[in-house]
Design a protein around this ligand. Structure first.
Ligand SMILES: Cc1cc2nc3c(=O)[nH]c(=O)nc-3n(C[C@H](O)[C@H](O)[C@H](O)COP(=O)(O)O)c2cc1C
Length: 316
């Protein structure tokens, strides 16, 4: 059994978070992961305040275990979402895409544990100074909005820089990567891509099939020119986008921004995996079959225990 201090602090059986994924992570997935012993998270990115409140209510009907909400700081609804999570006294909030400093006081007063996702040492230090309970150090292998550093390089540097717990994210899909995260000094992991194909995940079957068929070199970054690169699976959408992104004399940044609107929803909810954006990380090709959240978590932790058990084999 693998247990780190955050198990007890968060009331979870396994030190694993399911990433708060826009248009993906609804009450069904979050409750499925929490019921399986991890920490499920509802994505706040695509909801206004009242839609989020309804999703929280649904999750509370589906599980009596702790779960969290991901507040995406670039959401147009961020102010109302920030207010609703405080009113609902959610156990854990993770934040994406920036510095949540402005909301920290309100959330801490509501007794919420705030765990920002950080792509750098500087943001990790800032989060600690602002009262974060922990940080999620997310490497650029991950699906979605990514930073520059890889998980292997980022996690130990963040671990050395802060004294709060560090959760590793990005490129973690099996027990070997889970075990490696502990070796890097993390106290837990956050997983997104592998949970895309969980049976409790309600995205389109077309999206799941595209992940299941992915090869190792099938992801690509779009949006670098705009300063917020996104990793997704190559398709007609990414080919078209990249053509425009790197033909800057003809396509303005505003036009490029517009091209990215609604495309994740089209793939995740509408099943359009050609012209929509199929966000997934570099480990997509390691995701081989649909399984329940419980099967995914148990398989990962059983393998990690075996790997950690044999960790001394090269030490003579
Ligand atoms: C489809 C998808 C949507 C995502 N949306 C968000 C989001 O709204 N907010 C956020 O903080 N992270 C988001 N992420 C990142 C995940 O929460 C998680 O940190 C990441 O997927 C971990 O890396 P992995 O994909 O290699 O497992 C998203 C990831 C995916 C795959």
């Amino acid at each position: 059994m693998i247990s780190t201090p955050i198990n007890e602090q968060l009331g979870i059986k396994y030190p694993i978070f399911q990433g708060g994924m826009a248009w993906v992570a609804d009450a069904s997935l979050a409750a499925g992961v929490s019921n399986a012993g991890g920490l499920g998270l509802i994505a706040g990115m695509n909801s206004n305040g009242e839609q989020l409140r309804a999703e929280i209510k649904k999750a509370r009907e589906l599980t009596d275990k702790p779960f969290g909400v991901n507040v995406m700081l670039m959401s147009p609804f961020v102010e109302e979402v920030a207010q609703v999570v405080a009113e609902e006294k959610i156990e854990v909030i993770t934040t994406g895409a920036g510095n949540p400093g402005k909301y920290m006081k309100k959330w801490l007063e509501a007794g919420i544990k705030v765990i920002p996702v950080v792509p750098s040492v500087a943001l990790a230090r800032l989060a600690e100074r602002n009262g974060a309970f922990a940080v999620i150090a997310e490497g650029g292998e991950s699906g979605g909005h990514v930073g520059d550093l890889s998980t292997m390089a980022l996690v130990p540097q963040v671990v050395d820089a802060v004294s709060i717990p560090v959760i590793a994210a990005g490129g973690i899909a099996d027990g070997r990567q889970l075990a490696a995260s502990f070796m890097l000094g993390a106290q837990g992991v956050q997983v997104g891509t592998r949970f895309l194909v969980a049976t409790e995940c309600t995205i389109s079957q077309e999206y799941k099939d595209k992940v299941l068929k992915a090869k190792d070199i099938d992801t690509v970054l779009t949006g670098k020119r705009l300063g917020h690169p996104v990793r997704s699976l190559k398709n007609a959408f990414t080919r078209e986008y990249l053509k425009k992104e790197y033909n800057s004399s003809e396509v303005s940044d505003e036009e490029l921004e517009k091209l990215g609107l609604g495309v994740l929803r089209a793939a995740a909810r509408g099943g359009d995996v050609k012209n929509g954006c199929v966000i997934a990380g570099q480990v997509a090709s390691m995701v081989k079959k649909e399984q329940s959240a419980k099967e995914i978590i148990e398989e990962m932790f059983t393998q990690a225990e075996e790997v950690l058990g044999g960790a001394m084999k090269w030490v003579k």
